[in-house]
Write a protein that binds this ligand. Structure first.
Ligand SMILES: [Zn+2]
Length: 194
């Protein structure tokens, strides 16, 4: 693992101070390959932006993992800022956007991210409480292998991956690449209520 760190002279987009730093770490992830994790962070206000680049392959790829048991919670998920994660059973979608963050986590970590968004929604839209609680309950069932779900990860630059023996991997078609939207995290609560 090699690491480089240096100051950047551009002002921080949040606080305006010239206290930004850039850090790049080369990682070697088993069954995935070498990638470069980059982080821009501000020592004054705590602003940070992470990204991930694969240094080996760049094929547009679609990964599909059936989540059926608690063991599937441990499957590794590498999501770069160009990756879209969908769980159709929850009507939940994490899309690239101006504020999207790269992360390396596992299936459970992705579910936790969705729970955090639902908690924010609960605060913002109290009238949707029932639908939000229903989705959170479903996530709980999925986590304990009591409800089957599918995690789909699509990346037009091939910078993202799900690593599991069970995962199905294939190239994205031109049509699918065209249909990948950018819109941050959306959870379609109406769909869940059907
Ligand atoms: Zn700052």
């Amino acid at each position: 693992m090699t690491e480089h760190e240096m100051p950047i002279s551009t002002p921080c987009p949040v606080c305006g101070k010239k206290t930004l730093r850039y850090k790049a770490t080369e990682l070697n992830i088993p069954h995935f390959g070498k990638c470069l994790e980059t982080l821009i962070y501000c020592t004054s206000c705590g602003f940070k932006h992470a990204d991930l680049m694969i240094l080996e392959t760049h094929e547009p790829t679609r990964y599909e993992l059936k989540i059926e048991t608690e063991k599937d919670m441990n499957a590794r998920v590498i999501r770069s800022t160009s990756g879209t994660i969908t769980i159709p059973e929850l009507g939940a979608k994490l899309e690239p956007g101006p504020y999207s963050e790269a992360f390396i986590t596992n299936v459970e970590g992705v579910l936790n991210r969705f729970v955090n968004v639902l908690l924010q929604l609960l605060h913002t839209y109290p009238s949707k409480k029932e639908a939000i609680l229903d989705t959170m309950r479903k996530i709980g069932y999925i986590r304990h292998g009591r409800l089957n779900a599918t995690m789909i990860l699509e990346d037009p630059f091939g910078n993202s991956a799900i690593i599991s023996e069970k995962v199905r991997k294939r190239a994205l078609s031109k049509e699918e690449i065209k249909n990948l939207k950018t819109g941050e995290l959306t959870i379609e609560l109406r769909e869940i209520n059907e």
